[in-house]
Design a protein. Structure first.
Ligand code: CU
Length: 689
């Protein structure tokens, strides 16, 4: 089904001004860009596979174009839009109450559609709930946390223009021999460090880059230069110009195919997945059915994508899952760097920064695509086409197999190929790109995988190579390895915290920690000296559900339904299977860590609360750590009730030369796995190819 936005009769697509500025900035930067020679395409892709549907078929369907227009009209009528000193930050579906969604069945009337509007008046942010169908404002409350909403398009535009009017900045770039048009300064979120002179000001810290000779300006920083801007007063508060490292050269920084010179990489022939009988999944609006799975999926401005009501064999597993926050602290204490401790989802917006996926390369040939409709700065809807893709993955792996070789009178070899279903979106948050995949397997496993790629943010240095002997102070002052001449890849972390509202066979669940315990054999009856077993305990309160992983004290973690057992009397559960995990090495009282205290544990379990969605708080921008998961989580009961699991994983990133000029994707993942959920292997009767 085609998106009505794409027909000539649909409303005009309006991009937020920030996007427009970035677009023009990129156009200028791209300067001499030439399209690469089109290669022979063996795989083809048809736009008629677009699946975005603008009807509201499910209570959790995202707001449609006509709903956005109705909200815009309602806000205008109530004088809540278009007012002086008014800024619209976001409009999203206000999820209906969970019990209403759970009771809803296909064919029932859709519960009242409400939108959550975040808008500031004279700098004071409000949360406004608009009843979309009845065109009335249901609530209008001031949001009172220490943080601010993400930067607006005007903030971007104004702050980027300020350095050009500031003489010390102009003098400084002249000393580098740079012209104004060769330099761009981008606003960075400043974090919060209790610095008195920053007080209660709304700030951005601009980092400056040289744009000539490359599209990859991130690799050409003017090191040590930071322009601190007061966003409310439209003025430069402070200019830091502390380091006079040379600007790293532009040779080798470009990653576009059109700029590469031979010899090229050995040719790999085009590859695609053939599905002569078509895909095995269906999408009705935003509801996906495939094999033994069904779920709802929608784009989201802040968190990128939301999976809801995932059921296997008609039994509920996950009410809702999404990236709750993404914390990226850089590990240097220098003046131009210490504040770079980003909370990307809440400070920038993963859905806002999602690019249209490129068919055949971002997603395989057999993918279907879903558009997103969001509201621009004046409330007018616009489309991000192909924001998500859904495809069946066959990577040549095996779902199960056995060949019988010990018994000579049997010739047995049974094998089943592993095919899974992937839901993907990619957020390009400035220099970094995050590939967020939800993979549904026929055996009931759900794998959440995040890939990180893009450009490593770098620090300029006078050091050209590591071959000369260096003073200890010089090495200590690097804060990361040399990844190219005069270019340091600064050490940092990526923490991804997922909100996983597991509802295993129903909403009332209990979290179980199964400790693996060593026992000594002391009876003398066996040559063995030791063995291990599992000792389970049920988390009664939030405190019991806070988990720090330790390889020396292995445990297994389950979400069970205490009122369901298998025919054998085993407790029906899903196991949370950690993949790569990391813990923060920062001091828990360090300012960034106070704001990202949700990363102090790898797992938290909290009672379900409709308002507790964002681990870093509602407005992480400059907040003081006074809102978010670590604040909500006290010692509430979590046994046999509706609970949410928060899972943090990610990477410690010590960059290396291979990360230059663009980083090969690294991935981290975790799984939820049925454990005594089914009576036996659920894919026993899977058909072979
Ligand atoms: Cu990294």
């Amino acid at each position: 089904m085609m998106n009505p936005l794409k027909t000539s009769h649909g409303p005009k697509r309006v991009l937020p001004a920030a996007t427009i500025i970035l677009f023009f900035a990129l156009l200028i930067l791209y300067g001499s860009y030439k399209q690469p020679e089109p290669g022979t395409k063996y795989a083809t892709w048809s736009k008629t596979w677009d699946v975005t549907d603008q009807r509201v078929l499910h209570p959790l369907d995202p707001l449609t174009t006509s709903e956005f227009l109705r909200i815009q009209e309602t806000l205008r009528n109530k004088k809540l839009l278009g007012r002086e000193k008014q800024v619209l930050h976001s409009i999203e579906l206000d999820d209906p109450e969970k019990h209403g969604v759970l009771q809803w069945e296909t064919g029932n009337p859709i519960p009242a559609r409400c939108a959550e509007v975040i808008s500031s008046y004279d700098g004071v942010p409000h949360r406004i709930i608009v009843d979309v169908d009845n065109r009335v404002v249901r609530e209008n409350t001031v949001i009172s946390t220490t943080g601010y909403p993400p930067l607006t398009s005007d903030d971007w535009k104004m702050s980027m223009q300020l350095p050009a009017t500031y003489q010390p900045f102009l003098d400084s770039i002249a000393r580098y021999g740079l012209r104004l048009e060769e330099v761009t300064c981008l606003p960075l979120s400043p974090g919060w460090f209790g610095v008195p002179e920053e007080g209660n000001r709304r700030l951005a810290k601009l980092g400056c880059f040289v744009t000539t000779g490359t599209t990859n300006f991130y690799l050409r920083p003017i090191e040590g230069m930071i322009v601190i801007v007061d966003l409310n007063e439209n003025k430069i508060l402070k200019f830091i110009d502390g380091n006079k490292s040379p600007i790293p050269k532009n040779e080798g920084t470009d990653y576009r195919l059109s700029t590469q010179k031979p010899p090229f990489f050995p040719r790999i022939n085009p590859i695609s997945i053939e599905q002569p009988l078509g895909p095995s999944f269906t999408i009705d609006g935003h509801h996906v059915k495939w094999a033994n799975w069904e779920f709802h999926v929608r784009p989201h401005l802040r968190v990128g994508s939301v999976i809801s009501q995932a059921k296997v064999d008609g039994r509920s597993v996950l009410y809702q899952g999404f990236v709750s926050e993404l914390y990226v602290p850089y590990q240097t204490a220098e003046e131009a760097w210490y504040f770079r401790t980003y909370l990307d989802a809440g400070e920038y917006g993963l859905g806002l920064l999602a690019h249209p996926l490129q068919p055949l390369n971002d997603c395989p040939q057999n993918a279907k695509y879903m558009d997103a409709v969001f509201a621009g700065p004046d409330g007018t809807p616009y489309t991000t086409p192909n924001m998500m893709c859904i495809f069946e993955r066959y990577a040549g792996n095996i779902a199960w197999q056995h060949a019988e070789s010990l018994s000579s009178d049997m010739e047995l070899h049974e094998v089943r190929p592993k095919v899974s279903l992937v839901v993907r979106m990619i957020a390009s948050v400035g220099n970094y790109d995050y590939i967020i995949d939800w993979e549904f397997q026929t055996d009931g496993v759900v794998r959440v995988e995040v890939g990180a790629t893009g450009v490593v943010i770098v620090k300029g240095t006078p050091i050209e190579t590591m071959k000369e002997k260096r003073m200890k102070e010089e090495l200590d002052g690097m804060y990361g390895p040399l990844i190219s001449e005069n270019t340091i890849g600064v050490i940092h972390d990526h923490f991804l915290t997922f909100h996983m509202d597991l509802d295993v066979d129903g909403p009332s669940n209990s979290f179980v920690v199964g400790e693996l315990v060593k026992h000594n054999v002391t009876t003398g009856e066996s040559p063995r000296k030791s063995y291990w077993s599992i000792e389970k305990r049920v988390a009664k309160t939030e405190e019991d559900g806070r988990i720090k992983f330790s390889p020396d004290h292995p445990s297994q973690y389950y979400m069970k339904n205490p009122s369901r057992t298998t025919r054998l009397g085993n407790e029906v559960s899903y196991r949370i299977v950690p993949g790569s995990f990391i813990g923060s090495l920062m001091d828990p009282n360090d300012f960034p860590q106070l704001r990202a205290a949700f990363t102090n544990n790898q797992m938290w379990v909290t009672p379900y609360n409709r308002s507790e969605k964002y681990a870093g708080g509602f407005f992480p921008y400059q907040n003081h750590g006074d809102d978010g998961l670590a604040i909500w989580s006290r010692n509430r009961p979590v046994e046999d009730t509706d609970v949410v699991l928060w899972y943090t994983f990610g990477f410690h990133h010590v960059p290396c030369q291979e990360d230059f000029p663009i980083m090969p994707t690294v991935t981290a993942s975790f799984e939820i796995k049925p454990t005594n959920f089914f009576e036996s292997n659920p894919i026993l009767k899977l058909q072979p190819n």
